[in-house]
Design a protein around this ligand. Structure first.
Ligand code: SF4
Ligand code: SF4
Length: 195
C-alpha cells in the first residue's frame, strides 16, 4: 500500500509490524498516542521522529522510515517512557529490536557514531564474555573513522595514562565457560546483525 501527499510518498510493509511484534514481544498496538513518552523523554529534541511517532510508524508498517531514522540510535534506554506509559509499552526494548533489524538488513545507521559505539561495545563481550575497555575504545576509534587530531590526542593522553596506571587492561580477561555461554547467547539473539 502507498500513501501519497504533496510532500511525501511512503510505502507500507504490512509484514513489518508483525515482524517487529514477534521479535520484540512489545505490544505497540496498544499505543493511543497520548504523548506521555515523548514529553518525558530527555533526548526527544535530538530525534528526527519522537518516540510516539516511531510507534505510529511501526504500527503503519513504514519500514524504511523506521529503520533509517535517528531516533532508534539516539534513545538512551533510560526507560522513563516505559515507566510513564499508561499502556506499559516497552519502548527501549522496541528500539533495541529495531537496532538489530537495521543491522540485519544491512542498512547504514543514520547515527553512525552511536552505531559504531554500539557494535564496539558489544564485540569484546561477545568474544571474551566480558567488557575490555582498551579493545572497545580501539574498535570504536576504527569503526567511527574519527582520525582527527583532537581524538588522537585524547586517545593518546587519556588512554595511555589509564593503561600505565593500571585502570585499563590491554589483554582481555577470559571467563572460561562463561564466555562460551555468552557467545551462544549472542548467536541465538543477534543472528546476522554483526557486520
Ligand atoms: S506513552 Fe505509551 S500510549 Fe502514550 S504515546 Fe507513548 S507509547 Fe503510546
Ligand atoms: S528510553 Fe529512550 S525513548 Fe524512552 S525516554 Fe529514555 S531515551 Fe527517550
Amino acid at each position: 500500500m502507498r500513501y501519497e501527499s504533496k510532500s511525501c510518498v511512503a510505502t507500507c510493509d504490512s509484514a513489518f509490524a508483525a515482524q517487529v511484534r514477534k521479535e520484540s514481544g512489545v505490544a505497540f498496538e496498544r499505543c493511543y498516542q497520548c504523548l506521555t513518552c515523548t514529553l518525558g523523554c530527555p533526548v526527544a529534541k535530538y530525534m528526527d521522529y519522537r518516540p510516539n511517532e516511531v510507534i505510529r510508524l511501526v504500527q503503519l508498517g513504514l519500514k524504511k522510515e523506521v529503520l533509517t531514522c535517528s531516533t532508534i540510535w539516539i534513545c538512551a534506554s533510560c526507560e522513563a517512557c516505559f515507566a510513564r506509559c499508561p499502556n506499559e509499552i516497552n519502548i527501549p526494548h522496541l528500539m533495541d529490536t529495531l537496532h538489530q533489524m537495521t543491522l540485519r538488513h544491512g542498512i547504514r545507521p543514520k547515527e553512525t557514531r552511536v552505531a559504531a559505539f554500539h557494535l564496539a561495545f558489544l564485540d569484546p563481550v561477545k568474544r571474551f564474555g566480558r567488557q575490555n575497555e582498551a579493545l572497545m575504545s580501539a574498535e570504536h576509534f576504527i569503526r567511527s573513522r574519527d582520525f582527527s587530531l583532537k581524538t588522537l590526542k585524547v586517545a593518546g593522553n587519556l588512554g595511555i595514562g589509564m593503561i600505565t596506571k593500571g585502570k585499563i587492561k590491554i589483554t582481555p580477561a577470559r571467563t572460561g565457560k562463561g564466555a562460551a555461554r555468552v557467545r551462544k547467547l549472542f548467536k541465538h539473539t543477534m543472528r546476522g546483525t554483526q557486520p
